[in-house]
Design a protein around this ligand. Sequence first.
Ligand code: ATP
Length: 271
Amino acid sequence: MSMARFVELENVGVTFGQGPEQTEALQPTSLTVERGDFLAFVGPSGCGKSTILKLVSELLRPTTGNIFFGGRELGAKPVRVGMAFQSASLLPWMSVRDNVMLPLKIVPPFKSGFRSKKNGEYRDRADALLAQVGLEDFADKSPWQLSGGMMQRANLCRALIHDPDILLLDEPFGALDQFTREELWQTLQDLWIDRKSTVMLVTHDLREAAYLANRICVMSPRPGRIIDDRQVSFARPRPIDLTFDPDFVTLVQDLRGLIVHAPNVKKVDAT
Ligand SMILES: Nc1ncnc2c1ncn2[C@@H]1O[C@H](COP(=O)(O)OP(=O)(O)OP(=O)(O)O)[C@@H](O)[C@H]1O
């Protein structure tokens, strides 16, 4: 498989509805994601960031264009996807460990081994991940006994337990306070360095994009398209202090400028 074409969007456009009611959510967009890359999507609200993730996870079909995964058309072969959203949505009647193990119960090929391995290998796998994010003492707790930040740690574990081909993150830290959020950035970076996952992250937080990603795609207002696609080459592991570095601050300012001054932003009259 060609390294350069792990995920490929070829002129992919999305329009919702028909006739006068129709909304173009994504203008025909082409994008190539390499295996092991960490991409962030930023842009104004409603520009189609989540739509791109929904396309890659096959929750949504493109209106135009084609999507390829590992060189094959999406749908030809099952793609193992890990997902995490702003709301951790852990099931309250299950322990944290059982929540983390949930994908193993549902996703092939793990599904078939679930009964026999439930108390062995899969449990160890969940516990190892929980330990990696600092939740080793919380595996037997209920989700409601966890803080918001801890829930998102468990959420990341659940998204990774089945070794997904790609990790799709939609504002995973959006509801957290600044300090907790920055702790989670470091946790996610450690997991990424350790597992070399391919990640597509949607975020409104430009510092989050600049700290975490290798590559940032800036989108225009709806109907969205990618107006800037840039590499972020700060050395890894990135310390949190990097966010005060002049180069980092300049990058965040550049991104902000691109979004604020993007074409077809509706200017509000000051009259
Ligand atoms: N099922 C749908 N039917 C009609 N319009 C939709 C549907 N889903 C999304 N849209 C519209 O498509 C556009 C893109 O939505 P999307 O959720 O991808 O934006 P986003 O950039 O992720 O937004 P936000 O940053 O606010 O989460 C939005 O204007 C939204 O209202």
